[in-house]
Every structure is written in C-alpha cells, then in structure tokens.
Design a protein around this ligand. Structure first.
Ligand code: SF4
Length: 549
C-alpha cells in the first residue's frame, strides 16, 4: 500500500470524503457533500509581522531585476460601490465622488513610489486589471487619468490586456468612451442575471431591459470587448430563467462570459433574508449542479464557443483572459490600492482594506501593508496544479519536467478514487475533468493540494469553509427531526444532518418519504408564487433536506 493510501485510510471518514469524493449515481450533484472552499490553495510558510522587516523585504523586492521570461500582471483596486449587493462578502465603501477623486490621487502616489524601481521597469507586464469594488463607480475623468497614468508609468507589452471591472448601471456612453480612449480594451461586467425580479432580489440596480440595451450599445456601437458574469442559484432564478440568462449573452454578442456558482456566506444579507422568509429558499448545491450542467450544455450549442476554463468561455479572439490565467498560475501580480492583494516571488501581501489608514500610510510615504506573508516553497507548482485543474485537465509530464515530481505515481490513490467516483477520465499522461469534475473543480484543486501535502508531511489540516449556507440544516429542523425519531434516526438521515449524506443509502424508505415531503413543499412554494406565506421552518426544512437527499 502506498504511503498516501495509508495516510488517506487513517483519516476520519468525513475528511476522506472531502479528498476523494464519494461514489454516487449522480456524481455531478452528489460526489461531495458540499463546496469546501471558494479560493482553493495551500497554506503559506510564515507571516511577516515585523514592520521593519516588511519595509526591508519590499525594498529588496523592488530592487531586484525580474526575469524577462516570466509573465506578470498588475492589479489595481477601487474600493467603492454605489450599492451593496445582498450576496456580497467583499463590500468596502459606498461611492462618494469627492472621496473617490481623492482616492485616485493617493493611488497614483502609491504607484509613483514603485514606478521607477528596477523591479517595475525591468520587464513588461502582460495584463492590467482594474478590479473592485466597482471601478466603473469612478467618474469619467478619474477613470481616464488613472488608466493613462498606469500606461505612462508602467512598462506594458504592446498588446497588454487592460481590463476594467464594473457594473452595468455606471456604463454611460461617455464613460465607456472615456475608458476606451484611455486604453481599456476589455470590460468585465457582473450581470449575474438578466431577469429583473432576480436582479432586484440581489440588490442590482438596473432592470433586465436596461442591462441588455447597455450591453448592445457597448458591443454594437462602441466596439467594446465585453465579458459578462452570470451567477446560478439566485433567488427566483428558475431553470427557465437561467436558460434564458445564458442564451441572452449569446444574443447580445458579447466576447465571453462566466457561469459562476452562487456562494452563500452565513454573514451575507442574502442568507439573512432567506432565513427570515423574506426571500424564497435557494437552490441547494445539488440543484446548482443541474444549473451548471444545463448552462454548459447551452453554451456548447453555439459552434463558435471556445471554452477557456471550467466556468469561462469565449466567442471572440479578442477575449484572452490573460490576467485571470497569470494570477491563478502563481505569476507575480504587482498590486496597488486599498484592499489589493499582490504576489512577488515567494512573498504575498495585502494593502490596508480600510480607506483612512490606507491613505494615511501612502501620504506618509509608506507602502500601506495590512499584512505580509511568505508563500510555501512549492507555491508556484501548487498554483500551476490549480490552474490546470481549473482549465479542466492535469498533464503530469509538465510537473515532472519543471519540478521533478512524478504526480501520476505519487497521487495514484487519489486519481483512482476520482475516476471511480466519476470526477475525472484518466489518460496516460494525466486526466481530464468530467462534467461533474468541472462543477466540483474547487474541491478537486483543494483535495489535490492537500493530498499532495500528505505525501510530504505526516499530517495535514484540511480546509473547510462555510460557503454553502443554502445546504445547512438549522437547529430548529434538527430538533424537529430528532423529536420525530426519538429512538435514533435512519443512518442516511443522520448522515445528512451531519452534512455527509451517504449516497448508497439514498433509497432508504425514510429518505423516500422525505424526498416526497420536499417535492410537495417545493410545489407548494411554486404554486404560491413565492409569496412568502410558507412557514419559515418548513421552507428551511425542505430546502435543507433537498440537499440532504
Ligand atoms: S458591486 Fe461587487 S463588490 Fe460591490 S457590493 Fe456588489 S458584488 Fe460586492
């Protein structure tokens, strides 16, 4: 038995399932109990808490000359939004034009402090990403001067991808024109859904017609390269609404798009509103998987589509997705702005996320670190493993050649289990993800990195975050079920309550009864037009048991 197999066997059954998944008739919906992490990755090596050491490390980084063969990118963060979206876990500040204008002044000071260093001037950057927050919340003039300053002060490749992230509501004709004239050649927009009711439920400002009209104007009249994100699993987003969302992207003719899974964070306004009965229950993870399958099926109906990764597709040669690829591959990302996170070589840092200390530190001439850390020695290889899996495959000879590791041999127990559980199709040189593997790609990346760490260390702490509140079973329901089964619940139900259903027992008569209960509750809610008249406990019960079975 291999060392990895022995270590996996020694794990508690729940943790073993986090790594390997479980065998199921429906691997797309049930290979894992739920999503484990939003941003998969391995842990770092150490935090650098000492301020003087941070300053010295930064000075050393900026003094080094980069290898011209290494691709790299710039990230610039704009921490303002006009409105807070109900599902958001990243909101920082409401937009105030004066404050935003001053922020751009400070941001340019931070940029200037690094611009003339050997590290910055030593090689060109392949991509610049203005992200947020909502960069389009800035005024036309502030966007123009910021983009022009970045192009003037940093060395960029002649075909550098320069992306402006934003929301439709801000994108007046003049703002799009100002941004494009300044050098923006890609817009990454959070549409989420074209359905007005869905949009209103999650706090988006414009109705569906306005969104479509704005995108059409950008694409047809202004020649903009537009990438639009959609999210599945939103309130009121039936399968029919979702299918229409995906098709509408193609009817407008955007250059590319993303189909993202909704993550429901416990502290989000969305979770609170669903729990209170103010919004209808959300699709469970198992149901989200069906949305993903249907969304990809529709995307693949269009013959010009090129899939870039598990969630992202393009129809246009102008969509290259360079920034996302470089960042995920572990390339250097030079970051500026309040809350921005950057990576250079082994080091990573985050700028202060609160506006006042960020601005004060920059105005005092300091790089505004909130924290700094040293990444794991193998971080580049780990990132490249994650990048390949996110792109739907793993090609083992790449890692043998570059890092001298034989992943096929070392990871055999994991790969065999994934193939058995319907997550990958194996090839002689690695594997490709199945559609189920694509849906669970974050779990697979996390599982691969942790299993690889197990080949190097005696024990590894597995990561698990609470990012799928739509699947949780609240205490009230737990108590009710415990009262219904005072002598002990059927094994499948007990496993479901513990968040780890065992698919092989899903035909247990009690589970059939619960499935029927769920079906009836969902029918009832649909018939009521989600008028919020259902008892909250029953709503929650049917939602959670929907996942459980
Ligand atoms: S625009 Fe983006 S950052 Fe701002 S509240 Fe909405 S999701 Fe959050």
């Amino acid at each position: 038995m291999s060392t990895l197999q022995a270590k996996i066997n020694a794990l508690p059954i729940e943790e073993r399932a986090w790594l390997l998944g479980t065998k199921s008739k429906n691997p797309l919906g049930c290979a894992f109990a739920k999503k484990r992490v939003v941003h998969p990755g391995a842990g770092g090596k150490r935090m650098v808490a000492d301020k003087a050491e941070q300053v010295q490390i930064w000075a050393d980084l900026m003094a080094q000359t980069p290898n011209p063969a290494d691709e790299r990118a710039v990230y610039i963060h704009i921490p303002f939004c006009d409105k807070k979206c109900s599902y958001c876990g990243f909101f920082q500040n409401f937009t105030r034009e004066e404050a935003a204008h001053h922020y751009v002044d400070v941001l340019l000071d931070e940029l200037d402090a690094a611009a003339d260093t050997p590290y910055v001037q030593g090689a060109p950057f392949q991509a610049v990403f203005f992200g947020g927050g909502t960069p389009t919340a800035l005024s036309d003039a502030d966007i123009a001067r910021l983009v022009q300053a970045v192009r003037a002060r940093l060395p960029l490749t002649s075909d550098c991808e320069i992306t402006l992230e934003g929301r439709i509501h801000d994108l007046t004709e003049s703002k799009v024109e100002a941004a494009m004239n300044a050098g923006i050649n890609r817009f990454s927009l959070g549409v989420q859904s074209f359905d007005t009711r869905v949009r209103q439920a999650i706090g988006r400002i414009d109705d569906g017609e306005t969104v479509i009209a704005t995108l059409r104007r950008m694409v047809e009249q202004q020649g903009a390269v537009v990438i639009a994100d959609l999210i599945y699993g939103l309130p009121y987003q039936s399968m029919e609404v979702w299918e229409n969302d995906v098709r509408t992207q193609f009817e407008i003719g955007i250059a590319g798009g993303d189909l993202y899974q909704l993550n429901v964070f416990p502290s989000s306004e969305l979770a609170r509103r669903v729990a209170s009965g103010d919004l209808p229950m959300l699709p469970t993870t198992e149901e989200q998987a069906e949305y993903f399958r249907r969304g990809i099926d529709i995307v693949m109906e269009y013959p010009m589509v090129r899939r870039i990764d598990t969630t992202h597709w393009a129809t246009d040669h102008r969509e290259r997705s360079i920034y996302n690829t470089l960042a995920k591959r572990g390339c250097d990302v030079l970051a500026f702005g309040s809350g921005a996170g950057g990576f250079i070589g082994q080091m990573m840092w985050r700028n202060h996320g609160a506006l006042a200390p960020y601005e004060k530190m920059v105005e005092e001439g300091a790089k505004p670190f909130q924290f700094m850390g040293e990444q794991a020695d193998a971080h580049r290889m780990q990132s490249e493993i994650g990048d390949q899996i996110e792109h739907g495959y793993l090609y083992a000879p790449f890692f043998t050649k570059k890092y001298g590791v034989d992943l096929l041999t070392e990871m055999e127990p994991l790969l065999a289990a994934w193939a058995e559980n319907g997550l990958v199709t194996r090839t002689e040189t690695g594997f490709r993800l199945t559609r189920a593997g694509e849906f669970w790609h974050d779990n697979l990346i996390q599982g691969f990195l942790e299993a690889y760490a197990l080949t190097q260390e005696d024990t590894v702490k597995l990561r698990k975050e609470n990012v799928a509140v739509q699947d949780m079973i609240p205490k009230s329901v737990r108590s009710m079920l415990e009262a219904m089964f005072p002598d002990g619940m059927p094994a499948q139900m007990a496993a479901a309550l513990a968040g780890k259903p065992s698919p092989e027992m899903e035909n247990h008569p009690h589970m059939q009864m619960l499935k029927e209960l769920i079906r009836k509750e969902r029918e009832k809610e649909r018939a009521a037009g989600a008028d919020h008249d259902l008892n909250t406990v029953m709503r929650t019960q049917s939602r959670d048991l929907g996942k459980a079975v």
